[in-house]
Write a protein that binds this ligand. Structure first.
Ligand code: ATP
Length: 373
């Protein structure tokens, strides 16, 4: 099991594009790390620097204790010399080779004996449900099938480091889910260190031991998946992770509005920070922490530690196991997730109740505020 370390890595394209901006990341041996972020945030560039297909401008990359890229010391190890079982995903299959010959190719390169090769090819193709297609050529396969053969070819050599760039993107939803569980089980069996690029937050949350959330070349948070969800370090992470997204409220405009002013005060008190622009600037709460009532809470004893919003249902969106209800509160749009019921209709007046402890607070720089001791 091998550790990968990135220290203060920066990569520019030309003078204008800073693809990766001073990122430090430590991939523990045997971890499964997802690089997650929107298109263009620098995920692929980071992965390509680990593989050696791109060179860093600044910083230092070590793999298994060996320096691979350290511009300051003029150290750079070319991709073919980065041994350590580092496999970079390539979808490009050899067009003149059948499926099984493509998988065998990597094994030959590793000088695996013929008798073992046959067994490994069968196992890896079966794992990816490609056994029946082993005599076909790539041109006779769909895009998703080609992607599975490419995965089988990589897994066959049992790499100690596996670098994957959106490897499941061409698969349909059912197969993608199946492949996720296969990959996860396989990772546990092989113990490889996996770096996996995705822009799909669900994929990252369900696969990774650690998620690195990136935005505009910078690292926003590097943490275990549940911490990313439950304790987002920045407003960006809070908004990016979660579907439907976290409800966000900006107190920048609270001067206009008495209830916002009161809510800002209550949250500041809860977090024990000073009130005003240098304290809580924004709050967010997830759609599933909201308790919904069909009538106003007027006349009821409010539960201490809760905040109440009155709103009007704009749309009810059933998803099957649950429903998303879109609600307008004083021209602000909130989403609530509830079990499926026919209780709510457009135009219903409702009350949303949210515990203060479920409200995430962010300062004006967008950083998470934690409760003062
Ligand atoms: P996606 O999810 O769309 O693949 P990404 O997060 O992987 O995006 P990168 O491919 O790493 O993003 O690109 C980061 C930034 O660097 C983008 O602004 C991109 O346009 C730019 N970029 C990437 N490769 C090059 C290149 N060869 N030349 C110039 N700019 C590049």
């Amino acid at each position: 099991m091998i550790e990968i370390k990135l220290e203060n890595i920066t990569k520019k394209y030309g003078n204008d594009v800073v693809a990766v901006d001073n990122i430090s990341l430590d991939f523990a041996p045997g971890s499964f790390v997802c690089l997650l972020g929107p298109s263009g945030c620098g995920k692929t560039t980071t992965l390509r620097m680990i593989s050696g297909l791109e060179r860093a401008d600044k910083g230092r990359i070590t793999v298994g204790g060996e320096d691979f890229d350290w511009p300051e010391k003029r150290i750079f190890v070319s991709p073919e010399n980065r041994k350590l079982g580092l496999v970079f995903q390539s979808y490009a299959l050899w067009p003149h080779m059948t499926v099984e010959e493509n998988v065998e190719f990597g094994l030959r390169m590793k000088h695996v004996q013929k008798s073992d090769r046959t067994k490994i090819i069968t196992e890896s193709l079966d794992l990816l449900r490609m056994g029946p297609y082993r005599k076909r050529y790539p041109s006779e396969l769909s895009g998703g099938q080609q992607q599975r053969v490419a995965l089988a070819r990589m897994l066959a050599v049992q790499p100690s480091i596996l670098l994957l760039d959106e490897p499941l993107s061409n698969l349909d939803a059912a197969l993608r889910l199946e492949m996720r569980s296969e990959l996860k089980a396989l990772h546990e069996r092989l113990g490889s260190t996996v770096v996996f690029v995705t822009h799909d937050q669900l994929e990252a949350m369900s696969l990774a031991t650690h998620v690195a959330v990136m935005n505009e070349g910078k690292l926003e948070q590097y943490d275990e998946p549940m911490n990313i969800y439950q304790k987002p370090a920045t407003e960006f992470v809070a908004r990016f992770v979660g579907n439907p997204p976290m409800n966000m409220l900006d107190f920048g405009d609270s001067g206009k509005n008495a209830w916002m002013y009161e809510l800002q005060k209550a949250v500041a008190q809860f977090y024990q920070v000073k009130q005003g622009p240098d304290g809580v600037r924004k709050i967010g709460f997830r759609p599933e922490v909201i308790a919904l009532q069909k009538h106003s809470h007027d006349g009821q004893e409010p539960k201490p530690g809760n905040w109440y919003f009155d709103g009007v249902v704009k749309a009810v969106l059933p998803t099957g196991p649950e429903q998303v209800i879109s609600i307008v509160v004083d021209q602000l749009q909130f989403y609530v997730v509830t079990p499926p019921t026919k209780e709510y209709e457009n135009g219903d007046r409702v009350t949303l109740s949210v515990p203060l402890r479920s409200m995430h607070a962010f300062d004006k720089a967008g950083l998470r505020i934690t409760q003062q001791a």
